[in-house]
Write a protein that binds this ligand. Sequence first.
Ligand code: ATP
Length: 364
Amino acid sequence: MNQPPNPRAHQIEIERLNKHYGAFHALRDIDVRVPRGTFVALVGPSGCGKSTLLRTLAGLEQASSGDIRIAGESVTRLPPRKRDIAMVFQSYALYPHMRVSENMTYALRLRRMAREAIEAATTMAAKTLGISPLLEKYPRELSGGQRQRVAMGRAIVREPKVFLFDEPLSNLDAGLRVHMRGEIRRLHDRLGATSVYVTHDQIEAMTMADHIVVLRAGVVEQQGPPLELYDRPANTFVAGFIGSPAMNILPARIEPDGTSARIDGTENTVALDRRFEPGRAVLVGLRPEHLCLLDAKADGELSGVIETVESTGSATYIVARLGAHSVCVATATRRRERAGDALTLSILAKEVHLFDPQTGLRLK
Ligand code: ATP
């Protein structure tokens, strides 16, 4: 019955996967295919099904229907230990009464692997992760970042085909999170691994992944390379989810000339680089970082009144009122403007996104 693995197959193939919890439909017809060596991020708001998808991949949840293949072999009905997958949890799940070395080798000892092979694997993993001096310590003697590394060490020693990460950095402080982001990605590259990484943080997904899968209510809204999702979001949900601060999405109507759109309730128009049906209702999407303050080369002009100005030192965020709408502008330059000042904005026609107000789907 067991087919030999097909070396040309994608490393992970998820085909029409569905998961029901009783009457609740948690995952709907999920299709994801990625080649070996890919770093995949699963993102989406709380409750969208990220963990369910990861746990179903790991075999901790049973699929209701559909197929999961790893290196060409169906694992849908296999128990977790036969899937050649290692999972790194948010909580690290280290055994408190075991030393670091014992935590790392536990799975290998269960498998009755030869002692020398276990030692070689542990030494190598500890070296790779820079935790060799910690091998004799207990988890309670480690910092959050060190525990995180041990949890990864435990995954590495098993040399799995696929690594699964369930929000592994959410217990760390902001600085360490940024540092570990880079470490995990470098580790993935060094091991030639295929990784699936769950996060609700779209910046983490954008900076770490080769392939992002955006989930909402158990459905894949869009998947692809990070910049493709940023440049061409398939709908208003992805447009609002990918990118920070979020894209401004404003109701508008196509002008009689067909090549500009007027924001509802204002005299403000934005130029378009294609013709659309005059009079058509649309949603205009403007990324905060694409809005320029008083740019003479502008294709269109928007004027409003500043509500708030916030600076982080490296960036300034201005929220302005355009008629009944609030618009966020992000700029790297220091600004003198203050609340109550008038402001004029411009945006290049090619940077303007348009969506259908009924379906939310991308028009341009
Ligand atoms: P979060 O970011 O908050 O962890 P998530 O995207 O990982 O969320 P899941 O934990 O996968 O979401 O849950 C998806 C949906 O399935 C939720 O509505 C949740 O309530 C439901 N769910 C998860 N596990 C079960 C279960 N064992 N029984 C019933 N419903 C469940």
